[in-house]
Design a binder for this molecule. Structure first.
Ligand code: FES
Length: 103
């Protein structure tokens, strides 16, 4: 069964912005792309760097450590050195808050 945790009010994550959270020692990256919110594993699949330290441009995030790029619509790694995609978390909006699924 899925559990959802509150991230923040939708108003605190405007389009084009992102937020990193941690739950049970696991990072989750929450991004707002043109008004749709997505949540992905927040740790780079290359050398486990915190992706919330990276740069969100358009629909992709660039890891600040070795500049791998991940598509924030699909989780796919689109630039080496990372090769593996990011895991996805389901997102719900309830009462004006963003909720994300955690394991
Ligand atoms: S840790 Fe992200 S690209 Fe190397």
């Amino acid at each position: 069964m899925s559990t959802f945790i509150k991230v923040c009010p939708v108003s605190e994550l405007p389009p084009g912005s992102m937020k990193g959270i941690e739950h049970d020692g696991k990072r989750i990256l929450v991004v707002n792309l043109d008004g749709t919110v997505y949540a992905w594993d927040g740790t780079c699949t290359h050398e486990e760097y915190d992706l919330s330290m990276g740069f969100l441009t358009g629909d992709s995030i660039t890891c600040a450590l070795h500049l791998s790029r991940f598509n924030m619509l699909t989780g796919e790694a689109v630039n080496p050195p990372a090769e593996k995609p990011l895991g996805k978390h389901q997102v719900k909006i309830a009462n004006g808050d963003i909720l994300v699924e955690v394991a």
